[in-house]
Ligand binder design. Sequence first.
Ligand code: SAH
Ligand code: SF4
Ligand code: F3S
Length: 437
Amino acid sequence: MSPPKTFHVKSFGCQMNVYDGERMAELMAAQGLTQADAVDADVVVLNTCHIRERATEKVYSDIGRLRKDQRRKSGKTPMIAVAGCVAQAEGEEIFTRAKVDIVVGPQAYHNLPDLVAKAAAGTPSLDTDMPLLSKFGALPRRKVAPSAFLTVQEGCDKFCTYCVVPYTRGAEISRPFAAIVDEAKALVDAGAREITLLGQNVNAWSENERGLHDLIRDLDRIPGLARIRYTTSHPNDMTQGLIDAHRDIESLMPFLHLPVQSGSDRVLKAMNRSHTRDSYLRLLDRVREVRPDIALSGDFIVGFPGETDAEFEDTLSLVDAVGYAQAYSFKYSPRPGTPAASIVEQVPESVMDERLQRLQAALNRDQHAFNAATVGRTCTVLLERAGKLPGQLIGKSPWLQSVHLIGNHAIGDLVEVTLAAAGPNSLTGTERIAEAA
Ligand code: SAH
Ligand code: SF4
Ligand code: F3S
């Protein structure tokens, strides 16, 4: 295989994978490779997700499709690298299931250029080491989008019984304060106006007694950085300091994604969630006390092994009690090697389907109600991309709603609008006309 000249990175799964995918693209660009479509690229990196079975299986169908598409178009055989959580979880096995050239885990992708060179010389290679932090080397930033991701924490020590993340991402680690602040400044210099701090348990970030709220306080001082967000949080790492930050720090957006998974204490215990329904609800009360307008978001799993009808009803009643602004919900998917996968009483697929439908109907109802309740409010919208209509731009409200706006603005502008009408998934904004002085 001759040395590749073009590359393509495709990321699946969570926002951290998106961030990692961007880093891998920067690494390849720094080697002089140029970006191309998947069908044309000499190297294709599939940055994979292992969280549910379907996500994992998708990788294998994608590999086949990619090879076919390239063969049809140009007769070429691309170099294929499997990165991300499937690479970490399945390792060597991937070579036996599919024809790929590189398998590289989420903690080793800084070695990608070396692995590509080796593969070009004819040696397929695997790197799933987990050296602490070495992948976060400072790379020059290209131009970035108005809303950028920044990983500050990685890994998980919680070992929920259904979840692969502690195995694919390793133990909880926090990146150093100074490195994060430097990267945030570089992002702002490259055009970011909003930064979302990422971590599998982002609110577990700590350094020498300092917590996430201290980090946010420092980032708040960076000139030009208008908005700060963070995700995903764990209920048990929600400190009073972080709650208070929602009252005290204006650039910290009124949005909290706090997964609960179930509304039943028995199920929560079997999931090893280490919080109860009640402790979760009380926590949200404390957050709402300091920031009454906060938009709440969550993750749910239906059909955890042994979940009864009554236990599922507890989840619905928790949803009713909270009133989420948005949420994600999933059917339980047994993952190899996790304790829950060996529980005998798996819930039948048809029951899971029905529960998911009912849960999603309730969550959609609440999302619409939340959106409708914000109509008439005045707020800022950060414009992120062009819409379909002429002159239309799409951005986000402080509550992470998509807002459509027509006006004479550019992507990256922070515009003051009045939320005028709520559709099922987005709102329309009208510009607030500044009053004559
Ligand atoms: N660290 C975060 C998110 C982890 S993965 C947290 O704990 O909140 C994102 C979501 O995927 C989880 O919150 C959970 O709802 C879902 N998930 C994880 N493992 C799953 C599985 N085996 N089956 C179905 N959903 C799962
Ligand atoms: Fe998975 Fe639980 Fe860790 Fe979240 S807290 S990543 S669900 S083990
Ligand atoms: Fe998926 Fe790994 Fe993220 S399993 S959800 S890509 S941490």
